[in-house]
Design a protein around this ligand. Structure first.
Ligand code: ADP
Length: 165
């Protein structure tokens, strides 16, 4: 059985992530979407919220599971006995960071391979960070996130703004 891990922060999950999950699910018998519990960067959504949005987004994709993890991705992969890490590549701008990370992970664990999948071009400039910024500034984005993610994002940002007033 061919299995792969797709790790990320998913703060929140977008159609770009979902596109990569679907592509991976065609290639592998099982894909584990691994949600980082405590990323080094600050997140807008809590771990539980991020997992819940991923869970709703993958309804209907048969061979995909969600798990949380802390620490190194390669250690999580080893614990799960999985040898493939999937990452998404959007633009050249992703390349340098992803290349460094893939080679560092290879140094840590030579038996684990990282593969890169490219999303549909309509998602190739989409990032969770940009979506958060646009919604924070009151922009109306359609077609970037499932509607329940957009609703959760708007609620979260509204609450955050109220707290600061
Ligand atoms: P991380 O903090 O690990 O980068 P992200 O949730 O931001 O977590 O991203 C997880 C993976 O999904 C990364 O490989 C990232 O490049 C990829 N990704 C994010 N957005 C997109 C997108 N729009 N299209 C393709 N891949 C994406």
């Amino acid at each position: 059985m061919k299995r792969a891990i797709y790790p990320g922060t998913f703060d929140p999950i977008t159609f770009g992530h979902i596109d990569i999950i679907k592509r991976a699910s065609f290639i592998f018998d099982e894909v584990i979407v691994a949600v980082v519990k405590k990323p080094s960067k600050n997140t807008l959504f809590s771990y539980t919220e991020r997992v819940s949005l991923v869970k709703k987004s993958i309804v209907g994709i048969r061979n995909v599971k969600i798990e949380g993890f802390s620490g190194l991705v390669v250690d999580f992969a080893k614990r799960k006995k999985i040898h493939v890490i999937v990452r998404g590549l959007r633009m050249i701008s992703d390349f340098e960071y992803e290349f460094q990370m893939a080679l560092t992970n290879r140094k840590l664990s030579p038996q684990i391979e990282t593969i890169f999948l490219m999303p549909h071009p309509s998602y190739s400039y989409l990032s969770s960070r940009l979506v958060k910024e646009v919604v924070f500034l009151g922009g109306n984005l359609k077609g970037f996130l499932p509607s329940f993610c957009m609703d959760a994002l708007r609620r979260k940002i509204k609450r955050g703004k109220k707290k600061k007033i």
